[in-house]
Unconditional design. Sequence first.
Lengths: 148, 104
Amino acid sequence: MKLQRRALLRSLFAAAAIVTVPRWVFASRPDAAFDADNADGAVGDLFDGPVTESDQVTLKIPDIAENGAVVPVTVSTDLADVESIAVVVVNNPTPLAALFELTPQSVPEVSVRIKMGESSAVRAIVKAGGKLYSASKDVKVTIGGCGG
Amino acid sequence: MGKPIKIRAKIKGDVAEVKALMPHPMESGVRVDADTGEAVPKHYIQEVVCKHNGTVVNTAFWGTGVSKNPYLSFKFKGAKAGDTVEISWRDNTGDTSVSEITFK
């Protein structure tokens, strides 16, 4: 009888631990995605499922970047339950530039400055409510920012 | 220990907006040193953890495509005067830095 009670308590604690684990998609850095040398591969390494272009994702980035070494990007969305935001520079040697893992306390708006090696499409992918949404902009770069 | 992070944060209503500047060379490994002719080794921030009163509000994972001396801005709900925001980063060499501010 004592043994059964102990086993029951143990499994209850284990269940409670699982329930309280945060629901972020990535607990640690997805290195493979950051090493991927093509945009679709990087996104595929991060997320499963179809990505839908959505005007609920706002990608703020200049049309022309004079200095490709420092290009300001802001991604925001009015979608609910945002888990992750990824920034992908399609023509960069390793396209995945940044991945933001948010929490229920976050307001889904992030800004960062990225390097662009050459003119390229820049894509923002948002995972919200388990689904994937994106917005994309073509950015012209005058002087490449990868160290040339 | 990496250089300290400059943090500015303000609260509008219930939402805190935090802006951080992190001195760091952010070498992608692609740039060639003009003097030596060799590629400068990769040296870049890979992970940034942002906390509010000790609880993580967001984590950023970065690749080599983030600019030198990275700027990061993010927002979260539920902030008030007296609360703290802590930002810490870790780079690919294992170096780290942590800085904290308190909302006035």
